[in-house]
Design a protein around this ligand. Structure first.
Ligand SMILES: Cc1cc2nc3c(=O)[nH]c(=O)nc-3n(C[C@H](O)[C@H](O)[C@H](O)COP(=O)(O)O)c2cc1C
Length: 180
């Protein structure tokens, strides 16, 4: 059984949900896994972990700054452990090239080369945005490829949960057998 930390940076909550699903799947594989918001991690990843999964969402073309800083600070540890990164964006839904570009920039910025990388589609949560954000997001959604929803009276969740599950299972395979 491996001890795995899933760290996430979220603004509207979708990356937190994905991190929870990953931690659940890892526990299902017999590992000791917990998901933790980057804000409550403190400065460093505890050194007693056997593997780390990190997730961050994209806003205005950039990954969550708190996650970028945390990865910077913990580079040495991350380089020694099995590690995976998942990026959450709307670009991942229909504009893979842009979503890949975000990750390339993240890797350049942090110098971290995770063993495994996934691009997950996020959500358009119109009903939870304030007035300005709702209209901004509708404008962005109109211009983006991938037929994003434009009805601001409802939310759209594009995350493919099967792909999230497979990502977690693939990571678990690198760690050897769990305790089930
Ligand atoms: C203000 C705002 C800006 C965003 N900018 C981008 C962007 O530049 N590119 C993109 O692909 N997705 C963008 N998104 C979509 C988010 O990545 C998506 O909503 C994701 O689910 C957010 O994850 P979170 O809830 O974990 O923060 C943006 C969303 C918001 C609300």
């Amino acid at each position: 059984m491996a001890r795995i930390l899933v760290v996430y940076g979220t603004t509207e909550g979708q990356t937190a949900k994905i991190a929870d699903v990953i931690a659940d799947a890892l526990r299902g594989d017999g590992h000791d896994a917990e998901s933790v918001a980057v804000d409550s991690l403190g400065d460093s990843i505890p050194s007693d972990r056997d593997g780390v999964v990190i997730g961050a969402s994209i806003h205005m073309g950039k990954h969550d700054k708190r996650v970028v800083q945390m990865v910077h600070k913990n580079r040495d540890l991350l380089d020694r452990l099995p590690s995976a990164f998942f990026s959450v964006s709307l670009a991942a839904h229909g504009d893979t090239q842009e979503a890949e570009g975000y990750v390339d920039r993240f890797e350049e910025e942090t110098g971290w080369r995770p063993d495994q990388v996934a691009l997950f589609s996020g959500a358009l949560l119109y009903t939870q945005y304030g007035f300005v954000k709702r209209h901004l997001m509708k404008r962005i959604a109109k211009d983006k490829p991938g037929e994003l929803g434009l009805d601001t009276s409802r939310d759209y969740v594009y995350t493919e949960w099967d792909a999230v599950q497979r990502f977690a299972e693939h990571f678990a395979e690198q760690l050897g057998p769990g305790a089930t």
